[in-house]
Write a protein that binds this ligand. Structure first.
Ligand code: SAM
Length: 657
């Protein structure tokens, strides 16, 4: 798998002229016209793509997808968003996918956007959410408007994208100043990602750009330019290139006409799925067998935004980098200090193997995401004495997962339905029915199984390879001296700064034990972990003299899959799958054109392990993207790596049981 992390990632470096207009030091070019950036954007991008007219023509539930090269200051995005708000019907949507190699820092973005008082409403929302903008796919939600920002080189990122773009803004500095970007391979990607009849506009009129676009399948014409500029280009896709897609990872079709879903399980995965669907106009019934949301794996008082990254750009690492950004942006909506805190996370280099792993990570990721710190600096950051330095993640911290769950389901289109007995699922015509005995609890054409390992409790999903791993946390009462802990500390376990007078210390890993009650033995091993994290903190918490039998804690069961990736997507019938693709057992390179035998409308979102806080919120967006035929919020390869059918395929190809 290719790494989405661009080597040598760097933010934009700007020079500001006397009128407060930014210019790129790296490319020696302006971000927009010195005269009037907004008027230029309208003339060069919005009008040639006929956006006012196309937004106004959107029907209920429809969306328009814009693709852009060069997000820059976000001016074009904000102009498109403002126009969408003025012209589109209320229940339609705009999805803006943009790629940016050198994102502006948040301070620079704030400074640039003060130039446009007319766009302040949108600019404020963008700025509020402009945190944790790290390499790779970064998803943002603003009501009916979604922004998928691909941070990295345009060609590298677009080749990972799965989208059908309706209108393109080809920006990216003048070709003579940025020849590396304006290459035929980029336009091939633009064509591959275009919906039939997609339009495009660019400020460039270079002959090489015109010829390469024609070569890629666009019909191009010259139109009058803006201001001093003589001409621009406008075009539309004349022919759609056919891409060969494996049927087992195809988007299930036809999509249900009734936008109504039933979600089973109100932990983070279920609540996030509900939020992402409700934001897209779906009616959602969320079924929960406990008396409230977040009563199992998502119920700990403090979850840590712990990023388990790999320097090799594995699927999990890419998912974690994207998921972290998305969760971190959602947390901006919650009450800091009470529901979450961006206090930073320090991963300690507690042995040689971990030190080597960390050295590779600090070379592979930008310092805005993580940086190596020596012991002295680590101690200053943490406020307690430590034996080791480590990696510091300044934007990370802890969150109270139940608060995030409650925030996610605040949408009026989400109904929380509590029930005491387990439900059964039955397909009746076009509907899935949730039943307790003969009693019909709810029905909908789409059902999402989001109850951790219970997702495999149904006859239709019993084959899912889910494992439960017991984890116990210990709640430690804050002492005067422990309250000085300022950042989350992680080694083999973690300990967080206080919330409501307690530190959360965790968590044990126990594959064998299934008892849901906290045990003294695991409190004891948690305290040993604390001593390894920081003997000083152990002492400040008077952990030596604590009466283990008096300690409070909580047990939850993590749910994981054999490859430790979550399972997100549509479910197929395993027996019919094996029959349809039996040829793969003989030749794994075959791509039969037999459609996948989907169990129509049945989806799953589970196996987030101990990192649900990072991956579950984004998984809601991924599921909603599959269900609404939208651009995927993660690279196609990552979506496939998380797809339930990966296990059915492996079973056929490698005969794994
Ligand atoms: N549309 C932007 C706006 O509204 O502010 C202006 C874009 S500015 C003229 C060009 C942008 O393209 C810069 O932000 C630059 O960093 C980005 N860029 C240049 N080369 C790139 C590449 N190879 N891949 C992705 N982005 C690139």
């Amino acid at each position: 798998m290719s790494a989405a992390i661009p080597p040598g990632f760097e933010h934009a470096e700007l020079d500001w002229d006397e009128n407060g207009q930014p210019q790129s030091r790296r490319y020696g070019d302006v971000y927009f016209s010195r005269g009037s950036g907004m008027a230029e954007t309208t003339h060069v991008f919005l009008q040639p793509n006929r956006l006012a007219e196309r937004f106004a023509a959107l029907q209920a539930g429809e969306r328009l997808v814009i693709g852009e090269t060069g997000f820059g200051t976000g001016l074009s995005f904000l102009c498109a968003w403002a126009l969408f708000e003025r012209t589109a019907p209320a229940n339609s949507a705009l999805h803006f996918v943009s790629v940016e190699k050198h994102p502006l820092t948040r301070d620079d973005l704030g400074r640039a956007l003060t130039l446009w008082p007319e766009l302040q409403l949108q600019a404020r929302q963008l700025l509020d959410q402009y945190v944790a903008v790290n390499p790779g796919f970064q998803q943002f939600r603003f009501g009916q408007v979604t922004l998928t920002l691909l941070v990295g080189d345009a060609f590298d990122q677009l080749k990972e994208l799965d989208a059908q773009v309706d209108a393109w803004f080809l920006d990216g500095f003048a070709p003579p100043k940025n020849p590396d970007m304006w290459q035929p391979e980029l336009f091939e990607q633009v064509a591959r990602l275009s919906a039939p009849g997609a339009t495009l506009a660019t400020f460039s009129s270079a002959g090489s750009v015109r010829r390469a676009l024609k070569e890629a399948g666009f019909e191009i014409k010259r139109i009058p330019g803006f201001g001093q500029k003589w001409e621009n280009l406008q075009g539309h896709l004349a022919a759609s290139p056919k891409t060969l897609e494996s049927p087992w990872f195809a988007r299930p079709s036809p999509q249900p006409t009734q936008r109504k879903a039933m979600i089973i399980g109100a932990g983070l995965a279920g609540c996030a799925s509900a939020a992402s669907l409700a934001a897209r106009g779906w009616q959602v019934t969320l079924l929960e067998r406990h008396d409230d949301v977040a009563r199992e794996g998502s119920g700990n008082p403090q979850g840590v935004l712990y990023l388990k990254l790999s320097a090799h750009g594995t699927a999990l690492s890419q998912l974690v980098a994207s998921g972290f950004g998305y969760t971190r942006r959602l947390l901006q909506n919650l009450q800091q200090g009470q529901d979450w805190d961006a206090c930073g996370v320090l991963q300690l280099a507690f042995d040689n193997k971990e030190s080597a792993r960390q050295a590779a990570l600090s070379d592979a990721f930008p310092p805005s995401l993580l940086r190596a710190v020596q012991r002295e600096e680590a101690e200053q950051l943490a406020g307690v004495a430590l034996d080791h330095g480590g990696l510091f993640y300044p934007d990370a911290g802890w969150a109270h997962p139940p608060a995030l769950c409650r925030w996610l389901i605040m949408h009026p289109a989400i109904e929380l339905l509590r029930h005491q007995h387990p439900v059964e699922l039955r397909r009746a015509g076009e509907q899935w029915q949730a039943l307790i005995g003969d009693e019909l609890l709810a029905e909908a054409p789409v059902v999402i199984l989001a109850g951790a390992a219970d997702a495999a409790r149904f006859s239709q999903s019993a084959w899912l390879p889910l494992k439960r791993i017991r984890g116990q946390i210990t709640a430690l009462t804050v002492t005067e001296r422990s309250s000085e802990l300022r950042t989350v500390l992680c080694a083999k376990g973690y300990v967080a700064p206080p919330r409501e007078g307690q530190h959360t210390l965790g968590a044990s890993f126990n594959f064998a034990e299934t008892d849901p009650a906290p045990s003294a033995a695991e409190h004891h091993s948690n305290l040993e972990m604390l001593a390894e994290i920081s003997a000083d903190l152990h002492q400040r918490l008077e952990a030596d003299t604590v009466d283990i039998d008096q300690l409070h804690g909580r047990v939850a069961f993590r749910c994981t899959s054999p490859d430790y990736l979550p399972i997100i997507g549509a479910l197929a019938d395993p027996a019919r799958f094996a029959e349809a693709y039996a040829v793969l057992a003989k030749d794994a390179r075959q791509v039969p054109d037999t459609p996948c035998p989907w169990l129509d409308g049945l989806y799953v979102n589970t196996a987030h392990g101990s990192r649900g806080l990072i991956t579950a919120p984004l998984s809601g967006e991924l599921l909603a993207a599959w269900l609404n035929d939208e651009p995927l919020p993660v690279p196609r390869a990552i979506a496939e790596a998380c797809h339930p059918n990966r296990f059915l395929l492996r079973k056929l190809i490698r005969r794994i049981d």
